[in-house]
Write a protein that binds this ligand. Structure first.
Ligand code: NZQ
Ligand code: ZN
Length: 388
């Protein structure tokens, strides 16, 4: 196990009715708030009204940024920066999923920065002294509620890129599973796939001696396998929603990646290209790509870890590593299909014509992946294999 520092500093307020603690949490960090949210789901389930009342009662002035889209756009970030500057905002509260939370982090980073917010995403600027942010999570998926990452899309350049810094970790996140009861089947399934994918990216490394990290990772995968289908079929099942919500945070707050080399992250890199061009739901793109990536990287060197996954998560008994790995991959694909996630790019009406550009984009900063390094040709091969 490698040396590591672990600092997941976000304060988590988990459970029913924790929203009533939002005002005192904000007051620890700021006095004037940007309240940011998406396309309106929070207005359908009374969360918006509750938060506005709580802020008014606590005499916390706020201005609003609404309409943040899934695969959040750089325009929303720029709009938020303008609002913060014009109104002397010193704290940002995001209510929603990864898209809203990512957007507020990008705004927080850009407010004290002189240049354009997109600079952080093309590695032109470093994040320094961002505004503090907090979140009220409404969908279990990305882990953005407990990490310092943000992913933003630029339609002008057809790019979707990530930036991050520990200073962007939310100061607090409120996780009330009952707010996720209204998440539809598609987004619930895509969320479960995304959580599993975050584990895959950190689990599939060549590091020896990380038994505890692997055991935690396998536990989170089993949690998604047990509760993902229940959340999809029984949306009001609190136990399922609660387990998935906590899995979302634990899967990407650094925990299972401790003591290892940086994770693989090739599949996420490729998926971000697909959703940059086709505005696809992130988890759906991962459901298509992950089994293909697993097959592509399977060789003598990677087989033991893929076989470990197959045996510990899917109870595969085969003693041959390559055979066991293949059975684990088949089980993964079957599970995603049972969640009604697409299995091929053709299923979501994506054809091969932009594959070269996507491969180019995925490798913009050089080869990707650590479990197995992938260049442009490899990415192209994976996308072609994912077509149908
Ligand atoms: O916009 P509203 O009306 O709120 O509707 C949203 C949106 O349409 C809806 N929704 C959210 N909560 C709901 C709800 N509908 C009903 N009831 C609720 N309680 O769900 C839709 C999707 O929301 P979104 O925030 O886009 O989903 P998710 O949390 O999956 O976020 C995806 C984004 O996060 C990025 C993805 O690339 C994508 O852009 N990621 C961020 C990461 C991070 N910061 O660490 C890591 C991930 O790998 C990922 O890349
Ligand atoms: Zn993801």
């Amino acid at each position: 196990m490698r040396n590591f520092t672990y600092d997941a500093s976000t304060r988590i307020l988990f459970g029913k009715n924790r929203v009533f603690e939002v005002a005192p949490e904000i007051k620890k960090y700021g006095s004037k708030v940007l309240l940011a949210y998406g396309g309106g789901s929070i207005k359908n389930n009374s969360l918006y009204d509750t938060v506005c009342k709580l802020l008014n009662k606590a005499e916390i002035p706020f201005v609003e940024l609404s309409g943040i889209q899934p695969n959040p756009r750089i325009e929303s970030v720029r709009e938020g920066v303008k609002l913060c500057r014009e109104n002397d905002i010193d704290f940002i509260l995001g209510i929603g999923g990864g898209s809203v939370i990512d957007c507020i982090k990008a705004i927080a980073a850009a407010v004290p920065y002189d240049g354009d917010a997109w600079d952080f995403f093309i590695r032109k600027a470093k994040i320094v002294n961002p505004l503090p942010v907090g979140s009220i999570l409404t969908i279990a998926a990305t882990g953005s509620e407990m990490n310092g990452n943000c992913v933003i899309s630029n339609e002008e350049t057809t790019e979707k890129r990530a930036a991050g810094d520990d200073s962007l970790r939310p100061k607090f996140s409120i996780l009330d599973p009952s707010y996720t009861f209204t998440v539809n089947k598609w987004q619930s399934a895509a969320g479960a796939v995304d959580i599993m994918s975050h584990i895959f990216e950190q689990y599939f490394t060549l590091d020896p001696g990380t038994y505890i990290q692997d055991a935690m990772a396998e536990g989170i995968l089993k949690t998604c396998i047990k509760y993902g289908p229940i959340a999809v079929n029984e949306p009001n099942n609190y136990e399922a929603r609660a387990n998935l919500m906590w899995a979302s945070s634990l899967a990407l707050n650094g925990l299972t990646g401790t003591g290892k080399m940086f994770g693989d992250w090739a599949t996420h890199g490729i998926e971000h290209e697909v959703s940059a061009v086709y505005d696809l739901t992130h988890g759906a793109g991962l459901a298509i790509l992950f089994p293909v990536w697993m097959e592509y990287v399977l060789d003598e060197k990677t087989a033991p870890k893929l076989a470990q996954y197959a045996r510990n998560v899917w109870q595969v008994n085969d003693t041959d590593d390559i055979q066991a790995a293949r059975q684990g991959i088949a089980a993964t694909r079957k599970f995603f299909n049972e969640l009604d996630m697409p299995a091929t790019l053709a299923n979501v009406k994506i054809t091969g014509e932009k594959i070269d550009a996507m491969a180019e984009g995925a490798c913009l900063f050089g080869p990707i992946g650590m479990f197995k390094k992938l260049g442009k040709d490899d990415v192209r091969n994976i996308l072609v294999a994912a077509l149908d």
